[in-house]
Write a protein that binds this ligand. Structure first.
Ligand SMILES: [Zn+2]
Length: 423
């Protein structure tokens, strides 16, 4: 395979336009999405060290692609750097699970992007620059709410899941998005050609291959990744007979990190972590999957505008108008597309969730529709809801989010109010 040799001193300044015809080279490996094993499926090659070997649209590292470009442009990063993957492999064996080879079961995750240096060893030897899109490591968590749960006797120290110093032991998994366009189109029930055209237009023409290279079916979108935190044995996730507690959580920086009290995101997340740890302690397994979909995937700028509009509207911030205000500002209530969310669960081989921590019907429906059985749905305990977040909570319950309580009437919803903008 001498054709893979590239000048390692400097990347050529020559630009290959994606619109140039016939860009299939003999180094370009085919991808057979959903095939039974790694070699038959073929690796996703999106690195730039040898453009002739690329078989995907876009670049690695999601939104951080742009920072890599800046580093290269400023001379701080060698353009032809290939990662040394020695000792980087997962400390826990994961997969392959049956879902990995079910056609279109996962269309936003590449399961073989975990430890490709092991799955595609021969191709690495031949010089292919294949990059991991999933990585796994182990860690200890130190969380104030967990300290409180231990002090109040809700969690116990067992020396295994929770250490003497209150550290919680976890396995954490980072998952970069790898999208299979025909599968995305099918799940959205749209034509692949229309999808590619609109992706091209809405990214400002960022990826001409959407239009010019219909043979390229895989795209690495410039969006945030997902992260899973696993409590207990990660391999137990794939065993339906082992009790599994799961929270699928969409990012809310204001609440999750800074403790902003307008929503229930951090309290619900922390309750999920507490319950996941407790499940692991009684012989089960817990998982929190954290999706970078800030502000219902409308972004934080939009989210703050909506907060202002909610608080300034006539009658104040009420549960009755909660969803409407988002739609007025953003054009839609929600852009998260939960139909892709279960892909991360299938990566872990999950078939049955005993305790699902989510009140969202969109999440529940997506999980069940994807073939995962859900036994119990767990809503956030009332005493964990901040006062200003009652507006969100009551609006969601009224809109049909899961709860064991009766729905409030429209009049009653008007009475659930948040703080004014200047309070
Ligand atoms: Zn929130």
């Amino acid at each position: 395979m001498t054709g893979l040799k590239v000048d390692i001193k400097k990347r050529s300044n020559h630009v290959i336009l994606a619109s140039q015809s016939n860009l299939k080279f003999r180094e370009t490996l085919p991808i057979k999405w959903g095939a039974a094993n790694a070699l038959e499926r073929g690796p996703v090659v999106a690195s730039n060290t040898n453009p002739k070997a690329r078989n995907a649209i876009g670049g690695h590292s999601g939104s951080y692609t742009v920072y890599r470009a800046l580093s290269i442009a400023s001379g701080k990063f060698p353009a032809l750097h290939k990662p040394d993957l020695h000792n980087t492999q997962s400390p826990v064996p994961l997969g392959p699970y049956s879902q990995w080879s079910e056609p279109l079961k996962m269309v936003t995750v590449d399961p073989w992007g975990l430890d490709p240096q092991l799955h595609f060893k021969d191709l690495f030897t031949q010089g292919y620059d294949i990059r991991p899109t999933i990585s796994v490591t182990q860690a200890h968590l130190q969380i104030p709410e967990i300290n409180e749960a231990i002090e109040k006797g809700r969690l116990k120290i067992d020396g295994k899941i929770i250490k003497e110093n209150h550290d919680v032991r976890v396995t954490k998994v980072a998952i970069d998005p790898v999208w299979y366009l025909p599968g995305i189109a099918q799940r959205l029930n749209v034509d692949e050609g229309d999808l590619r055209r609109i992706l091209f237009q809405e990214t400002g023409g960022m990826y001409p291959e959407f239009i010019t290279r219909p043979d390229l079916k895989v795209w690495l979108p410039p969006i945030g990744s997902s992260t899973a935190y696993i409590f207990g044995d990660a391999q137990d996730l794939a065993k339906p007979e082992v009790e599994l507690t799961c929270r699928v959580h969409d990012e809310c920086n204001g609440s999750d990190v800074f403790g902003s009290d307008i929503c229930t995101c951090r309290p619900y997340l922390m309750y999920g972590i507490e319950d996941a740890a407790r499940t692991a302690q009684r012989g089960g397994v817990g998982i929190i999957v954290y999706y970078r979909k800030e502000g219902r995937a409308l972004g934080e700028v939009t989210k703050f505008l909506v907060y202002n509009a909610r608080k300034r509207q006539e009658g104040g911030d009420t549960a009755a108008t909660y969803f409407h205000r988002t739609e007025c500002v953003a054009g839609t209530e929600d852009a998260r597309f939960q139909e892709f969310m279960p892909d991360c669960l299938h990566f872990f081989g999950i078939k049955k969730i005993h305790n699902l921590h989510s009140m969202s019907n969109m999440k529940y429906d997506a999980i069940v529709k994807s073939g995962i059985e859900v036994v119990n749905r767990i809503s956030i305990p009332d005493d964990l809801i901040p006062q200003d977040a009652q507006v969100e909570m009551e609006a969601k319950k009224a809109a049909g989010y899961f709860t064991k309580e009766p729905k409030k009437t429209k009049e009653a919803l008007k009475k659930v109010k948040g703080r004014n903008i200047d309070e």
